[in-house]
Design a protein around this ligand. Sequence first.
Ligand code: NAD
Ligand code: KPL
Length: 305
Amino acid sequence: MAQIWHVLGAGSLGGLWSARLFRVGVPLRIILRNPARLADYQAAGGLGLIENGQPYVYPVPAELPEATTLIERLLVACKAYDAEAAIAEVAPRLVKGSEILLLQNGLGSQQAIAARWPDSRCVFISSTEGAYRQDGFQIVHAGQGQNWLGEPAHRSPPSWLADLDAAGIPYTWTDGIMVKLWRKLAINCAINPLSVLHDCRNGDLLAHPEQLHRLCNELVELLQACDQGDAADGLEAEVLRVIEATANNYSSMHQDVRSGRRTEVSFLLGQACRTARHHGLQVPELCGLLEQLQAFLHQRGLPTD
Ligand code: NAD
Ligand code: KPL
């Protein structure tokens, strides 16, 4: 019998994955954090997905963390700062050898989770798909993208990738998942904090070429120091390309701040500065940017981690 997927964090990306898996008959259950949220979900009749302007509702079965069924495959789509605590709530249900798929941006949360649950096989995912929640359980599929999946220990591709094929979820299984995650982290570190501090769209950052240049130089040094030379190759040109390609957009961190939501700074720029310190590398531009960003978040009553 096909193994059941459990999805923890049925928000924007988790909801998008769940809806696409459910509608092709992949057995899955979403785990909602408390009875009030479960009641809201049941009242909504399921997960709403708006795709190419068309609304759909999928009655994906839902349960609470304390349900008693065992978990063999867990897709974790919470924010990086919630992921470890969310898994801890369902950890008694994980079977030995379970698979935990980690859909978090940035770095740090994945390593903490892999270290805490060594009996599980942790797959890291880097996603460039775009989704947001319109309200409650209604998700808008806003941008086409790619999902890179892999394990730092380079194991062979798992058989459940067939479920992603069936569901039309775009993916590439890669031996270089750490390169992908570091590269995205570096691009986010160059663009997102500046877009918050200058309160601007990504394209407006082209007015600050020297600051971008200094940040990219330090990010390249950092990537090289942690043996991620492939992620460092052509970084500045790629940052400029992303800025141009997303010129009219506000970065995800800008959107979080504007909406009064906690950011993932600790897993992006915070992680870059901690890693530099660990390698004894001086990165004054990155550390200065982190300090400015944290002061800015503090002033607005938002968490600085
Ligand atoms: P989201 O806030 O829309 O969804 C997270 C969900 O997790 C929420 O529904 C929240 O209620 C739930 N959650 C938190 N703690 C929980 C717990 N203990 N038990 C059960 N549920 C819990 O977040 P998102 O935008 O889907 O982002 C998830 C990750 O994917 C982030 O790291 C983000 O950076 C990354 N990402 C998102 C997008 C996107 O377009 N949304 C694109 C690329 C990467
Ligand atoms: O990923 C991004 C984000 O906004 O989080 C981009 C658009 C690449 C900017 O860093």
